[in-house]
Design a protein around this ligand. Structure first.
Ligand SMILES: Nc1ncnc2c1ncn2[C@@H]1O[C@H](COP(=O)(O)OP(=O)(O)OP(=O)(O)O)[C@@H](O)[C@H]1O
Ligand SMILES: [Mg+2]
Length: 267
């Protein structure tokens, strides 16, 4: 990872995010239940929680991709649900599954946004795209198509694509899943360095305890669609709440395996 990723230019100001009494129902199912939290400008805020607890749905509300049943999300003074907000705030979401266009090469996936928004000419776009690819050690993959990439490479391409958008607010959904431990650590370093160099606000949904506790300023734990706890990352090193301790550092118990408990619960 020799590339210099300190020179990535970002524009304008940075934004905080306020989630107020957000409730989301899909049919009769309540997925987010009165969620409130405040992310400060320039902060790395990590959201952790069990699978299915509502993390991705929460992130999509912040990105303006879902409509709340009640409550609201504000990015600075702007309503996240207002399509106009995307013209005022440079926001990039790194999707959990990458969400790359399969018919476009890696290069064209990255070039799409600056081309559509006419941010600069082709030479400028090439410079931006190759810079972002070099940050993630992907220069050799520029002409490949998504189907030719490993899961971890797709994840890195999705992050590179977000960098090309020069965001003021970066939303990551599981940025280190599917990566080997070294690449996971590298991604964590990139997230932290970008924030340090550019004061970009970063919201990171993750199952990666090491990432959250090493680079997160603050962490929120979401369980069953509710915020269970919010605090400084170090407060979660030895959590007192047994549910959080069991989630963050589960003990493998072969005498009383969890899948047997799941079977009993379903009976
Ligand atoms: N569009 C949708 N329609 C109906 N239900 C949905 C929809 N999107 C999400 N859900 C449900 O909302 C719940 C929370 O989903 P979400 O994707 O936010 O979980 P998550 O915390 O991100 O889980 P994971 O860690 O596995 O990614 C799940 O029960 C899911 O089935
Ligand atoms: Mg998810």
């Amino acid at each position: 990872m020799a590339a210099d990723y300190t020179a990535t230019p970002f524009v304008g100001r940075t934004f905080g995010v306020t989630v107020s009494n957000l409730t989301k129902k899909f049919g009769n199912v309540t997925v987010l239940n009165n969620v409130s939290l405040e992310v400060r400008p320039g902060e790395i805020f990590c959201i952790m929680g069990p699978s299915g607890s509502g993390k991705s749905v929460l992130l999509k509300h912040i990105a303006g991709l879902e409509r709340a049943t009640s409550g609201e999300v504000r990015i600075g003074e702007h309503d996240a649900a207002d399509p106009e907000t995307r013209t005022k705030v440079h926001l990039a979401l790194v999707f959990q599954a990458g969400a790359l266009f399969s018919s476009l090469s890696v290069y064209d996936n990255l070039a799409l946004y600056p081309r559509e928004h006419k941010l600069c000419g082709e030479a400028g776009i090439r410079e931006r795209v190759m810079h972002a690819l070099s940050i993630l050690s992907l220069e050799k993959a520029a002409q490949k198509f998504p189907s030719e990439l490993s899961g971890g490479m797709k994840k890195r391409v999705a992050i590179a694509r977000a960098l090309v958008m020069e965001p003021q607010l970066l939303l990551y959904d599981e940025p280190t899943s599917e990566l080997d431990p070294v690449m996971g650590a590298t991604i964590s370093e990139i997230i932290a360095t970008l924030r340090e160099q550019t004061a970009v606000t970063s919201i990171v949904v993750t199952h990666d305890r090491d990432l959250a506790l090493s680079i997160g300023d603050r962490v929120a734990i979401i369980m069953d669609g509710r915020i269970r706890a919010t605090g400084k990352a170090e407060e979660f090193r030895a959590p007192k709440d047994p549910a959080i301790a069991n989630f963050l550092t589960p003990v493998i118990d072969l005498k009383n395996p969890r899948f047997k408990q799941l079977e009993n619960n379903n009976e």
